[in-house]
Design a protein around this ligand. Structure first.
Ligand code: PGA
Length: 247
C-alpha cells in the first residue's frame, strides 16, 4: 500500500516541520508513505524525514529542463532538493492552470528524464460522471497524459474524481472498484504491470478501511486529512490492515 500526503498550499512552515517530524516518528508495516510538500519546504522536509523511509515528492514541475520561466520549478531542482518523484496533472492544476493532457505528458517526460518517478492524476468531473462518461474521460486522460514508453517501475497513477476532492464526498466503493478495474485494464493494454493505482478524494480515517478493501486500490492520495498527523497516521494504519489482509 502506498499512502501519499498532498499538502497543497499548506501549512505554515513552522507547522510543516512539526507535522513532518510527527510523520517520521511513526512506522506502518506494509505501507510506503510519500510526502508532497510545497516546493519551498522540500529541503527542510528532506532533513526532517531523513531515515524515516518516507519518500519525498514535488507537487508539480515545469516541462522545460531550465530557462526563463519565472515562478516555475524544474524537475532537476526537485531532485536536487531531495525529491524522488513528482505529482503531475492534479485536477487543481488541470483546472486552475489550464493544464492539458499533452502538457501533463510533457512534464512527465521531463521528470522521467531527470531521474524522478511520476504520480499522474486522472479523474472526471461530476457533470462527466452524471453524463455516464466517467470511464471514457479517464481513459482519454490516460491516453494523453502517460508518456509512451514509460517503464512501470517509474509510474504511479492516482484516480481522483474531481467532485470528491476536498468536498467530503467520497466515491462509492463500487464506483472506485469499477474505475480502478478500468485503469488496470488500460495499464495491461499498455504492457504496464505492477503500477500502483491510488484513490484520492476525501479519504479520511473513517472511510479508509472500506476504500482499501477494494481489490484494485493500492493506496491513497490524501489532501485535507494529511494536515493532521493523527488522521494521516490513522489512514496509514488502515493501510497496514489492508496490506496484512492481502497477505
Ligand atoms: P482531499 O484531497 O483528500 O482533501 O479530498 C485529495 C487530493 O486532492 O489529492
Amino acid at each position: 500500500m502506498i499512502i501519499a500526503a498532498n499538502w497543497k498550499m499548506n501549512p505554515p512552515l513552522a507547522e510543516a516541520g512539526a507535522l513532518a517530524a510527527a510523520y517520521a516518528g511513526a512506522t506502518f508495516n506494509g505501507v510506503t508513505r510519500v510526502l508532497f510538500p510545497p516546493a519551498p519546504y522540500l529541503v527542510q522536509m528532506a532533513m526532517r524525514l531523513d531515515g524515516s523511509g518516507i519518500l519525498l515528492g514535488g507537487q508539480d514541475c515545469h516541462q522545460a529542463v531550465s530557462g526563463a520561466h519565472t515562478g516555475d520549478v524544474s524537475a532537476a531542482m526537485l531532485a536536487s532538493c531531495g525529491a524522488g518523484m513528482v505529482l503531475i496533472g492534479h485536477s487543481e492544476r488541470r483546472e486552475a492552470h489550464g493544464e492539458s493532457d499533452g502538457l501533463v505528458a510533457a512534464k512527465a517526460g521531463t521528470a522521467l528524464a531527470e531521474g524522478l518517478s511520476v504520480m499522474i492524476c486522472v479523474g472526471e468531473t461530476l457533470d462527466q460522471r452524471e453524463a455516464g462518461d466517467a470511464e471514457a474521460v479517464v481513459t482519454a486522460q490516460l491516453d494523453g497524459s502517460v508518456p509512451d514508453g514509460i517503464s512501470a517501475d517509474r509510474l504511479m497513477l492516482a484516480y481522483e474524481p474531481v467532485w470528491a476532492i476536498g468536498t467530503g464526498k467520497v466515491a462509492g466503493v463500487e464506483e472506485i472498484s469499477d474505475m480502478h478495474g478500468a485503469i488496470r485494464s488500460w495499464l495491461a493494454g499498455r504492457g504496464l504491470r505492477g503500477v500502483p493505482v491510488l484513490y484520492g478524494g476525501s479519504v479520511k480515517p473513517d472511510n479508509a478501511d472500506a476504500i482499501f478493501a477494494v481489490a484494485d486500490v493500492d493506496g491513497a492520495l490524501v489532501g485535507g486529512a494529511s494536515l493532521k498527523a493523527a488522521d494521516f497516521d490513522a489512514i496509514c494504519a488502515a493501510g497496514t490492515r489492508a496490506a496484512a489482509a492481502r497477505g
